[in-house]
Design a protein around this ligand. Structure first.
Ligand code: ADP
Ligand code: NG1
Length: 458
């Protein structure tokens, strides 16, 4: 786990996609790429919206990834191009400061987040010039971490191009921090699994210190991803950061009620650690301390004994300044309950009791209900899709990733996969022409894939 991402020798012409990207590169830049690098997306099996609260999550990497073909030169410029014409060409001088415009989160800013992270880590000025072609296969804004795959790929490309080396754990931490330049205050699940994934294994990802532990999934079932076809860009909306802020305020409220030092505690997990309490005790504390009605700014300021100015600058982020009410009880209940479900999921996978599949399915269903009702991060289409998945033979089904749109993940017994896929196709995709057109890339079985790597032509 201490190693750098692997460098794999590849026969480029033996792989249709690599060869296509290589051809695009050669047409565009009139030279051959020096190397390729890729970083995968992920599907989170359980543990939603708890990484930024300090709790462990349980994702696996998917086959879909962001791939870059790269050449290194002394042009003093970083030039980006994309195989998808929707993403326009971009270039930036290596001697300029990298500026990321959060107001306008265009694709190249995600790439620049990764570049900036590596530049800052090593203090490299100027960076070496690079020409890159990017090719992504992860459906964007659908909860499968296309943005982090792009950031992680850019981090890896920049490290390799500038002849530096870092262990995967450190790369994951750097990319977690630098993706925040785009404005979303993510918790690190996506970048961690993108670097630390290993083929065939889901991972329990723990934070501070970051580590990834193998979780063996049941042989009797597969995980199927289905996209509800509603896209939500996190950086261009404030849903995500509102939840981060609500959890931060809930942390302060619980800490105040137990007379802890508020200034030190930022995440709901910090309160638990400080109190040396169990997750069940934390759920009881939420019931005792927080009321279900939304909290107004005034009430929060009064209870925390802070001014409106401190509230805005210390607790809110730039894109949450407009929010007037905060659902602290519901958010904290979700987080502590979901953190508990992750641990239960892992322990069921380890002990493999007879009713293995049913127990995991039940935990996934509870997780979806909590995301929908307490965390309010689902949407009607996603709820409908989850219901269809359950009635089509899934033992468990839940939204995955940030939500408000995007994908569901379902656990389906192996012998039912074909009938499941057909039933979901008929009930969710075929009746709607737009969904029907997207079905092929929206409904698929996913096996745990490997982590980010550099590819060198053999
Ligand atoms: P996700 O849940 O997939 O991470 P986000 O909304 O956070 O979704 O990020 C999606 C953004 O990432 C897209 O709007 C785009 O800017 C960028 N992105 C994703 N895939 C690609 C790609 N293949 N090429 C360029 N940019 C991409
Ligand atoms: P998505 O939007 O699915 O890539 C986001 C966060 C994760 C995590 C999940 C919810 C980023 C980069 N990713 O993932 O850290 O909080 O939501 O569990 O912000």
């Amino acid at each position: 786990m201490d190693e750098s991402p692997p460098k794999i020798k590849a026969v480029i012409c033996a792989d249709g996609r690599l060869q296509n990207v290589k051809n695009t590169f050669e047409t565009k830049y009139g030279e051959s790429p020096l190397f390729f690098a890729y970083a995968p997306g992920r599907v989170n099996l359980i543990g939603e919206h708890i990484d930024y609260c300090g709790y462990s999550v349980l994702p696996m990497a998917i086959e879909q990834n962001v791939l870059a073909a790269v050449s290194v030169n002394n042009s003093g410029t970083i030039v980006l191009s994309n195989t998808n014409p929707q993403y326009k060409d971009f270039s930036v001088s290596c001697s300029e400061d990298i500026v990321i415009d959060r107001e306008n989160p265009m694709w190249h800013y995600y790439f620049l987040c990764g570049v900036k992270g590596i530049q800052e880590k090593f203090g490299i000025t100027p960076l070496v010039g690079m020409s890159c072609v990017i090719d992504g296969t992860i459906p964007p804004s659908s909860g499968l971490s296309s943005s982090s795959a792009l950031v992680c790929c850019a981090g890896l490309v920049t490290m390799e191009a500038n002849q530096k080396s870092l262990p995967k754990v450190e790369l994951a931490e750097i990319c977690t921090k630098c993706e925040r330049y785009i404005g979303t205050e993510g918790g690190g699940m996506d970048q961690s699994i993108s670097y630390l994934a290993e083929r065939g294994m889901a991972k329990l990802i723990e934070f501070q210190p970051l580590r990834a532990t193998d979780v063996k999934l049941p042989d009797e079932a597969v995980f199927v991803i289905s996209n509800c076809c509603v896209e939500v860009n996190k950086a261009a909306s404030s849903h995500y950061n509102i939840r981060v802020v609500e959890c931060r305020i809930a942390t302060k409220m619980l800490a105040r009620a137990r007379k802890l030092d508020l200034s030190k505690l930022l995440r709901l997990a910090d309160v638990q650690t400080e109190l040396k309490a169990s997750l069940k005790q934390m759920l009881a504390l939420v019931e005792e301390v927080l009321h279900p009605e939304p909290y107004s700014r005034e009430e929060i300021c009064r209870l925390l004994e802070i001014t409106a100015e401190q509230f805005s600058t210390e607790l809110l982020s730039t894109n949450t300044q407009h929010v007037t009410h905060f659902r602290l009880h519901q958010r904290a209940r979700h987080v502590y309950g979901e953190a508990d479900r992750v641990l239960q999921f892992k322990s069921v996978c380890e002990s493999q009791p007879d009713e293995f599949i049913q127990l995991l399915g039940e935990l996934m269903n509870q997780s979806h209900a909590s995301c929908r009702d307490l965390y309010e991060c689902s949407c009607p289409e996603l709820d409908q899709l989850v219901d269809i998945c359950l009635s089509s033979g899934a033992v468990g089904s839940r939204l995955t990733g940030a939500g408000w749109g995007g994908c569901a993940v379902s656990m389906v017994p192996c012998e039912k996969v074909e009938t499941f896929l057909q039933a979901v196709r008929e009930a969710y995709y075929l009746p709607d022409p737009r969904r029907a057109a997207m079905e092929k890339q929206s409904l698929f079985v996913s096996k745990p894939g490997g982590g980010a790597a550099v590819l060198l032509e053999e």
